[in-house]
Design a protein around this ligand. Structure first.
Ligand code: ADP
Ligand code: MG
Length: 140
């Protein structure tokens, strides 16, 4: 499925609608250059999952993964692999516990770890397409 987002709000809403359809255990690979909307899209997913502080969901800078656990709802595991130097970093945090859990895992810069992603993941690709335009492609 392909979308053109014409504003940050539209990308957030797209993430929200996408998040509403996600099932427990889903792994979502977000792929695209800096500033293409991966984090905004993740905020939308967080909102859909009932994360109250969704507006504060930001790319984790000093950790690779942040966990959000809305009460009685599915947890969200937000990875950002921008600073990942090798697959080794991920081994040390035990990524499998997240990827193969009942939570929802969203991974920014997932192209840096394609070899370890569960086969059954959803890819969302982001591309710049003008100042405030982004092409967003969802592939199951
Ligand atoms: N249509 C759009 N969708 C998403 N972000 C947009 C759009 N137009 C402009 N922007 C801007 O691009 C930036 C996207 O940031 P962010 O979501 O953090 O990207 P990433 O996580 O991919 O680096 C924000 O500053 C946002 O305001
Ligand atoms: Mg980001």
């Amino acid at each position: 499925m392909k979308f053109t987002s014409k504003s940050p709000e539209e990308t957030l809403n797209l993430g929200y609608r996408f998040g509403k359809k996600l099932k427990s255990g889903a792994v979502v690979a977000l792929i695209g250059e800096l500033g293409t909307g991966k984090t905004l899209f993740t905020k939308g997913i967080a909102r859909a999952l009932g994360v109250k502080e969704y507006e504060y969901v930001n790319s984790p800078s000093f950790v690779i993964v942040k966990e959000y656990k809305p009460k009685k709802k599915i947890p969200l595991y937000h990875f950002d692999l921008y600073r990942l130097e090798s697959g080794h970093d991920l081994d040390t945090i035990g990524y499998e516990e997240y990827f193969y859990s009942n939570g929802i895992t969203v991974i920014e810069w997932a192209d840096r770890a394609m070899d370890i992603l569960p086969e059954k993941h959803i890819s969302v690709k982001f591309k710049h397409s003008g100042k405030n335009k982004r092409r967003i492609t969802i592939e199951k």
